[in-house]
Design a protein around this ligand. Structure first.
Ligand code: AMP
Length: 215
């Protein structure tokens, strides 16, 4: 099962991907998490990615394609995986198709998390993230058990640099400009499935489970 989760920042695709990954026993591959880990470890890749990420721009295609190429070759991906935040441009989608084709594989479904921009700004400004395990919380709607600390790994939660309002607006513009053309790309392949991402997390998860089992 190879799934692409598509949607603007803050649409809940990361949260849903984590839950789906645990339930189905297939890994969640988040290029955003991979890049944040590279930044935290101070690698050259992390240093160059940070310049783009802090401004809300996309990291160059060849960098993220390289990360995904290496990651999907790992053994835990052999029964499938969920791509969360990749592809984000048409060239990335084409590179993914080529990579999968060479292994006689293909994307089973691209799930579009539909939600209006207005809702996203408040979701993202209140978001708090664990940079160690990638878990996400919200200061009002999804609080951790202990304030400021990750429930899963007890690491201190932070507000991501790019979850500040001016950067959020840029990320949304980048989404509409560079990523939303993927909706047409996957619709034309007959594998686009949309869900209403304004619903509460459990309801979104129920929609997701229905879509994937009927797809
Ligand atoms: P995310 O955690 O998915 O919201 O990603 C955070 C940031 O990482 C984005 O705003 C981009 O700067 C960068 N990034 C993550 N995934 C990609 C991708 N597939 N292509 C380019 N840049 C990416």
């Amino acid at each position: 099962m190879i799934l692409v989760f598509l949607g603007p920042p803050g649409s809940g695709k990361g949260t849903q991907a984590k839950r789906f990954s645990v339930d189905r026993g297939i890994p969640q591959l988040s290029t955003g998490d991979m890049l944040r880990r590279a930044i935290a470890s101070g690698t050259d890749l992390g240093k160059s990615a940070q310049e783009y990420m802090s401004k809300g721009s996309l990291v160059p295609d060849e960098v993220v394609i390289g990360l995904i190429r290496e990651r999907i070759a790992e053994s835990d991906c052999r029964n499938g995986f969920i791509l969360d935040g990749f592809p984000r441009t048409i060239p990335q989608a084409q590179a993914l198709d080529a990579l999968l084709r060479s292994e006689a594989l293909k994307v089973q479904a691209a799930v579009l998390f539909e939600i209006a921009d207005g809702v996203l700004v408040s979701r993202l400004t209140g978001r708090r993230t664990c940079l160690k395990c990638g878990a996400m919380y919200h200061v009002e709607t999804m609080r951790p058990r202990k304030s400021g600390v990750c429930d899963q790994c007890t690491t201190e939660l932070v507000q991501r640099d790019d979850d500040r309002e001016e950067v959020i607006r840029k990320r949304l513009a980048v989404y509409h400009d560079q990523t939303s053309p993927l909706e047409k790309y996957y619709r034309e392949k007959g594998i686009l499935q949309s869900l209403d991402a304004t619903q509460a997390p459990d309801a979104v998860y129920a929609s997701l489970s229905r879509l994937v089992s009927s797809g």
